[in-house]
Design a protein around this ligand. Structure first.
Ligand code: NAD
Length: 476
């Protein structure tokens, strides 16, 4: 049986407890056994990270570049194999899994370059003869807590910038996807990262997560996950005056205007709402469609959704893989019942499908209103709704009327409406004629309102979180 151990102070350890890693496409298939750390092991990892950070923080940019670049090269070279592991443990289709692994490799290479480009400033003082220097220094030990839905890309976009800026890391990945996090640990270790600079401590979030976020020697926490866990993390960090960054849920709108190209709109909505089984924080869960195109859009979208092929994530004919686990499937099906009870009209899908995995037919609800629970609460599954809007102004109002603000899209051929939407959408990321999900890795990622808290992730903006600024004055 394959083992996915933790990495603490450079030592692989299965510890005293382990849990099976189950394939959501076939629950008879155990991918391997994963270490499940105790609070004491979390403590040990934090101490190892504290000890290792001192010299890593003083390492030169070439050393950091070489290690991050080597990791990126290996991830890219093994994208098929690691993509298969991702598809097997998380349930993304094989092309989606391979694509996500490639993205992780690109992220490591991007931040390898960033390690060479850490900038400072030199200024004249307002006092005669005094010089002022401003430089970026490591934060110290960064704790990371990640969700299951992007098991390699999200750890990559936290770990790579943390290391590039000279921090040491303790990563706690989601319980459902220990394999991809283990692969990152294994690759970094073999790339020559000194012991203790990167520590992997997988285990139960509710048990070892609090040890990490409350620990006085962890200087910053980068969290991605649900709003409820995120709020707990922020509260504990505030009490400890700890730097914190949260990426959380979404209820992302995709506006379709009368003048949209119908094929472009249906393609963008299908991708945005249902690919990756709808399990993306940036998924288009609310499709807001103006009156003139509403009937044509609903007919075309219903046909497209009902034709999607659901199946084993690693079967080449599959378009939509399984839901990640039983608990999430039950939640998705409950929301189908909630929507029906609220009076939403089910156009297609919404039922559990036969098989050894957690399969569900993608559900499309039409004739919904923005105040229904199905339109205010994040489902995080293959469920989308259509909301009718009178005109562009009404669609913009509905799009912004949500407590989330991660991503928002518009399908239109009008430059006027596209420009207005970019200016007046309240989301952190705006897409024109593109799905709400699917972003570049060299530019900032993040949202507003209940979706994000703290500084942006990814691209050059990652520097804000993973470094602290020091200002020095010198009178020679
Ligand atoms: P979750 O909040 O249940 O878990 C996230 C992580 O927190 C896991 O590693 C979990 O073990 C850990 N955790 C649980 N309890 C904890 C505690 N008390 N203290 C510390 N850590 C704890 O979320 P999930 O179900 O894994 O992921 C789905 C959610 O993630 C969705 O809401 C989705 O929108 C969000 N998400 C957001 C983004 C983004 O960038 N905005 C990206 C992906 C997923």
């Amino acid at each position: 049986m394959t083992e996915f151990p933790n990495l603490i102070g450079g030592e692989w350890t299965m510890g005293t407890r382990s849990v099976p890693n189950i394939n959501p496409s076939d629950t008879n298939d155990t991918v391997g056994m994963a270490a499940s750390a105790t609070p004491a092991e979390m403590e040990a990892a934090i101490e190892a990270a504290v000890a290792a950070q001192v010299s890593w923080g003083k390492s030169n940019p070439q050393q950091r570049f070489d290690i991050l670049d080597a990791a990126g090269t290996e991830i890219l070279a093994r994208k098929e194999e690691l993509g298969d592991l991702l598809a097997r443990e998380e349930g993304k289709t094989l092309p989606e899994g391979i694509g996500e692994v490639a993205r992780a490799g690109q992220i490591f290479k991007f931040f390898a370059g960033e390690a060479l480009r850490i900038q400072g400033e030199s200024m004249d003082s307002v006092r005669p003869g005094v010089g002022v220097e401003i430089r970026r220094e490591p934060v110290g030990v960064v704790g990371m807590i990640t969700p299951w839905n992007f098991p390699i890309a999200i750890p990559a976009w936290k770990v790579a910038p943390a290391l590039a800026f000279g921090n040491s890391v303790v990563l706690k990945a989601a319980e459902l996807v220990p394999g991809c996090a283990w692969a990152i640990a294994d690759i970094l270790k073999r790339a020559g990262l000194p012991d203790g600079v990167f520590n992997l401590v997988n285990g139960r979030g509710s048990e070892i997560g609090p040890v990490m976020i409350d620990h006085p020697k962890v200087n910053a926490i980068s969290f991605t996950g649900s709003v409820s866990t995120g709020k707990t993390v922020a509260e504990v960090c505030a009490r400890n005056l700890k730097k914190v960054q949260l990426e959380m849920g979404g209820k992302n709108p995709m506006v379709v205007l009368d003048d949209a190209d119908l094929d472009v709109a249906v393609g963008a909505c299908l991708n945005g709402a249902f690919f990756s089984t709808g399990q993306r924080c940036t998924a288009s869960s609310r499709l807001i469609v103006t009156e003139g195109i509403y009937d044509d859009f609903v007919a075309a979208m219903t046909k497209a959704v009902s034709e999607l092929k659901v199946g084993d994530a690693r079967d080449s004919s599959t378009q939509i893989g399984p839901v990640v686990d039983e608990r999430q499937l039950v939640k998705d099906l409950e929301y189908v019942d909630i929507a029906k009870a609220e009076g939403a009209k089910l156009a297609c899908g919404g039922e559990k499908l036969d098989g050894n995995g957690h399969f569900m037919a993608p559900a499309l609800f039409v004739d919904t209103t923005n105040d229904m629970r199905i339109n205010t609460e994040e489902v995080f599954g293959p469920v989308a709704t259509v909301i009718k809007a009178k005109d562009y102004a009404d669609a913009l109002r509905l799009a912004n009327e949500t407590e989330f603000g991660l991503s928002a899209g518009i399908c239109t051929t009008s430059l006027k409406y596209a420009s207005d939407f970019k200016a007046n959408s309240k989301a952190g990321m705006v897409m024109v004629n593109l799905p709400t999900a699917g972003v570049d890795y060299h530019v900032p990622f993040g949202g507003t309102k209940g979706s994000s808290y703290g500084s942006r992730e990814q691209g050059r903006y990652a520097a804000e979180f993973y470094s602290v600024v020091k200002t020095s004055y010198t009178l020679p």
